[in-house]
Write a protein that binds this ligand. Structure first.
Ligand SMILES: NC(=O)C1=CN([C@@H]2O[C@H](COP(=O)(O)OP(=O)(O)OC[C@H]3O[C@@H](n4cnc5c(N)ncnc54)[C@H](O)[C@@H]3O)[C@@H](O)[C@H]2O)C=CC1
Ligand SMILES: O=C1[C@@H](O)[C@H](O)[C@@H](O)[C@H](O)[C@H]1O
Length: 343
């Protein structure tokens, strides 16, 4: 990277649904970035993802993207269990890594990533918890910080997907879906979650073998109670809800639609089809802030520590689902490297 004209050359590993979207954003939306290399275990997908990009190299393996000396920084958007290897390689090469959630498949893997950053002496990893960049979530956090509804007492959250692919396994309701609420709860309240209890209502007939929906109860260190519904076969659309109940009032994400149509005795407004539509603005801000931080040689955004905390919650949630009991959540001591939080 030329320090007089910072222009971040990005390599992308995993060119599936979100990998392709990140390539599109980095190419057409983000300022100061260029995708110069990609890889996917399915080489046809990798070639297809850079079909219109002159000069972008297609590597046979994700590790070759990390080692490519024309690559300044790496985006990891492959399947969750493959993240650890690429993130560790990025840290080893001293290159900033934007890793889609989950940071890694297990809390032990996240600890290995934290240990690698500690050994490197700097934060190189940003995790793709994009809700922290969503305008509505940022406004909700501002309301809490202003104190206008008093101390938060409870939160009610719903995370509804219209459907999921046949690759979606039962653990993913926690590791892939509720993981966003784990992170955004910690971020909004600025405190850790100390217990989790996963309840299983009557299953939705659309879910096949999946236990869907789930009702997850979280307890924070200051005694805030949070309920999270995950429904991944709700059919009608992608619906994200979040309400905070405070001592003096409540604050919730707005309905999201700028226009409500009233006709024929009814009132309607559109519901996003999927996460890309609902959070497109958030992904854009997230990617831009990451590129700015890479160009500045700084680190910002959700850290490996945040990825680790989410993984511990996912593991504890799985234990609760298995045993039917509430499970205490215990994090290892937080290293000083992660003391400052951004955004
Ligand atoms: N922040 C968010 O809202 C979202 C995050 N994600 C996360 O992004 C990641 C990818 O998800 P999708 O794009 O939906 O999945 P996808 O299945 O569409 O794409 C994943 C791609 O990774 C490739 N791949 C798998 N193993 C690989 C390996 N070892 N090396 C290189 N490429 C490999 C696959 O061939 C596939 O093309 C997941 O971790 C998921 O949780 C996905 C959707 C939204
Ligand atoms: O991260 C995401 C997906 O991987 C996950 O499968 C969905 O449930 C989430 O809503 C989406 O934001």
């Amino acid at each position: 990277m030329d320090s007089m004209n910072p222009h971040v050359r990005v390599g992308v590993i995993g060119t599936g649904v979100i990998g392709k979207e990140h390539i599109r954003r980095l190419t057409h939306v983000t300022a100061g970035a260029e995708v110069v290399a990609v890889a996917d275990v399915d080489p046809a997908r990798a070639r297809d993802a850079v079909a219109g990009l002159t000069g972008a190299r297609v590597h046979a393996d994700g590790l070759e993207v990390v080692r490519d000396d024309q690559v300044d920084a790496v985006v990891v958007a492959s399947w969750g269990p493959t993240h650890e290897e690429y993130v560790l390689a990025g840290i080893d090469a001293g290159k900033p890594v934007f890793c889609e959630k989950p940071l890694a498949a297990t809390q032990e893997a996240c600890v290995r990533i934290i240990d690698a950053e500690l050994a490197a002496g700097r934060r190189l990893v940003q995790v793709g918890f994009m809700r922290r960049y969503d305008a509505a979530y940022r406004a909700l956090k501002d309301v809490l910080a202003s104190g206008s509804i008093g101390l938060p007492l409870m939160m009610h959250c719903a995370h509804r997907n219209p459907s999921v692919s046949s690759h979606y396994t039962p653990d993913m309701a926690l590791t892939d879906t509720a993981v966003h609420e784990f992170d955004v709860t910690r971020w909004l309240l600025d405190e850790e979650i100390v217990a989790i209890n996963v309840l299983t209502p009557r299953p939705n007939r659309r879910g096949g073998e999946l236990q869907d929906p789930l009702l997850i109860l979280l307890e924070t260190e200051n005694g805030v109670l949070v309920d999270v519904e995950t429904s991944v076969n709700i059919g009608y659309g992608y619906d994200i809800r979040h309400e905070v109940v405070g001592e003096d009032g409540t604050a919730e994400l707005g309905a999201g639609s700028p226009v409500v149509l009233r006709r024929d005795g009814g009132a309607t407004g559109p519901i996003p089809a999927d996460w890309e539509e609902r959070f497109s603005g958030a992904y854009e801000v997230e990617m831009q802030e990451w590129v700015h931080s890479v160009a500045a040689g700084a680190s910002s955004g959700p850290t490996s520590w945040d990825g680790y905390a989410a993984a511990v919650l996912s593991d504890a949630g799985m234990e609760s689902l298995r045993t039917g009991a509430k499970v205490a959540v215990k994090l290892r001591p937080k290293p000083d490297l992660y003391a400052t939080r951004t955004p």
